[in-house]
Design a protein around this ligand. Structure first.
Ligand code: FES
Ligand code: FES
Length: 153
């Protein structure tokens, strides 16, 4: 039996095939539908989750690659929307249609764990997620606000 640790809880997955993309395990097996599907080929960033704190694209991460690693989805970033990134996103009113935003926040949260004071160039370099609504200026502003709060933790 395959099991997976998601948001601090271990789930038995029964006979789910090893080559199933993590995205579909999260959405279809575990009902964690915060993580979205976009391109399916690691080109858009919409499906980004954390694997042991590192941002990965769940559409191309097979269940067999997860192993004992800890998966974090937007549902586990905080229980009540209180992660600095989530708060900053609300403060800046970042989303437009919203479809890309979970991936954006997961990518930003992972970046801020290793870079506590990202420059515009850092943000532009690491935040390669696509937003068809063009919310990039607000994303940049929200990341800087979140970074300030994370520096004081
Ligand atoms: S759906 Fe995974 S990167 Fe686009
Ligand atoms: S908010 Fe619409 S695609 Fe990003």
């Amino acid at each position: 039996m395959t099991s997976i640790n998601v948001n601090g809880k271990v789930h038995d997955l029964g006979d789910v095939p090893d080559d199933t993309p993590l995205l579909w395990v999260l959405r279809d097996q575990l009902g964690l539908t915060g993580t979205k599907y976009g391109c399916g080929i690691a080109e858009c960033g919409i499906c980004t989750v954390h694997l042991d704190g590192v941002a990965v694209q769940s559409c191309i991460t097979q269940l067999s690659e997860v192993g004992d690693s800890k998966v974090t989805t937007i549902e586990g970033l905080s229980e009540d929307g209180s992660h600095p990134v989530q708060k900053a996103w609300k403060q800046h009113g970042v989303p437009q249609c919203g479809y890309c935003q979970v991936g954006q926040m997961m990518m930003a949260a992972a970046m801020l764990e290793s870079n506590h004071d990202p420059s515009d160039d850092d943000i532009d370099g690491e935040m390669w997620n696509i937003c068809r609504c063009g919310t990039y200026p607000r994303i940049r502003a929200a990341i800087k606000t979140a970074a300030k709060e994370m520096q004081t933790r």
